[in-house]
Design a protein around this ligand. Structure first.
Ligand code: PLP
Length: 377
């Protein structure tokens, strides 16, 4: 079945006694036991809740995985996955990484004896060279933030499989609608569901899908043990958002394509990073492994003075962090999302004082282009 169909029907329980078409919000902390030593299958909502379960099962289906997990945020999902490791383990990570993940790894988990190497994961050879005897995992962003480098997820997953390393793919920027990491051989697909999956800039959540049952048991143990689960209300909102994933992304990608071309031709724009442009280094690989190019654009303006003008003079496009929702957002990575990365590293990665990042929403593309054109005047 196609992903658009599966997504639209998440939570629809055909065996439901009431016939409800959407999953109810089971706002309960605990569940009555029918008898001594008996359970309805639900005991306590940290361990399992029917609304969260509908989301988790829906995600597992979208990913072609054996089990899904919903967490209170993307960072809570990543924290829980890091609990799978032990002191001394080494993890290879995408260098052009989401700032919050970098902070979690360097400022928190390093204290507990995990070590991290940051490499350009769009270069599979570089990843292979970084493997050490104690390497336990690869943590890769399929499409990176903010410079939109694409990793060859299939080649990386195959490398990890051969070397006995767990592969974790942060697929937040692409979603299972565009790329399914588990199909390409990865062990774990990971999402900040706060972005495209929930999709309405109204919910914080994290999602994980796992390929094999033994690994799923371990993730479940740590989800329940750590306790950073998604509540029933937010599980409902995430399901509600995911139902329209395909239509939103189709529109967002169409808009992004038009805006990228507008920016390329604008005299005050020096450089555009968008994988849908044939000159983007990941264009051909992305065409092979992804259904589309996503809806994120990064671009450099010709002068630093233009940055503030764009952030404050755009009227439709809001100056805000986050991405993936129906409303278009613009942000300044150097100060907003990537401030925890050291200045010299920012410079090497291309995160500078003229770089802006645009998350393209579902508004009319001509209105969005007019908004940018006016701010750039
Ligand atoms: C936002 C984001 C996260 C963190 O998710 P939260 O839901 O904000 O906790 C992790 N990875 C990527 C790529 C993100 O964009």
């Amino acid at each position: 079945m196609q992903i658009a169909t599966q997504a639209a029907q998440i939570g629809l329980d055909r065996a439901s006694r009431t016939g409800a078409v959407t999953v109810p919000i089971y706002q309960t902390a605990t569940f009555r036991h029918p008898g001594l030593g008996q359970s309805t299958g639900y005991d306590y909502s940290r361990s399992g809740n029917p609304t969260r379960e509908a989301l988790e099962e829906g995600l597992a289906r979208l990913e072609g995985g054996c089990r899904g997990f919903a967490f209170s945020s993307g960072m809570a999902a990543i924290t829980t996955l890091l609990l799978l490791f032990k002191q001394g383990d080494h993890i290879i990570v995408t260098e052009d990484l989401y700032g919050g993940s970098y902070r979690l790894f360097e400022k928190i988990f390093q204290r507990f004896g995990l070590t991290f190497s940051y490499v350009d994961t769009s270069d599979t050879e570089e990843v292979a060279r970084a493997i050490r005897p104690e390497t336990a995992a690869l943590f890769v962003e399929s499409l990176t933030n903010p410079l939109l480098k694409i990793a060859d997820v299939a080649a990386l997953a195959s490398l990890c499989q051969k070397r006995g390393i767990l592969s974790i793919v942060d697929n937040t920027f692409l979603t299972p609608y565009l790329l399914r990491p588990l199909d390409l051989g990865a062990d774990i697909a990971l999402y900040s569901g706060s972005k495209y999956l929930a999709g309405h800039n109204d919910t914080i959540c994290g999602l994980v899908a796992v390929k094999d049952a033994e690994l799923a048991e371990r993730v479940y143990f740590h989800q329940n043990g750590g306790g950073a689960v998604l509540g029933p209300q937010d599980s409902f909102l995430t399901i509600r958002g995911m139902k329209t994933l395909s239509v939103r992304l189709d529109r967002q990608q169409e808009n992004a394509h038009a805006i990228a071309h507008f920016l390329v031709n604008h005299p005050k724009v020096a450089r555009v990073y968008y994988p849908g442009l044939p000159e983007h280094p990941g264009h051909d690989l992305m065409k092979r492994i992804s259904r589309g190019f996503g809806a994120m654009i990064a671009f450099e303006v010709t002068e630093p003075e233009l940055v503030e003008r764009l952030l404050l003079k755009t009227e439709l496009i809001s100056f805000a962090e986050s991405l993936g929702g129906v409303e278009s957002l613009i942000t300044f990575p150097q100060v907003q999302t990537h401030a925890d990365i050291e200045p010299e590293k920012q410079e090497r990665l291309g995160i500078n004082n003229v770089l802006l990042r645009l998350s393209v929403g579902i508004e009319d593309k001509d209105d969005l282009i007019a908004d940018l054109a006016k701010a750039l005047e």
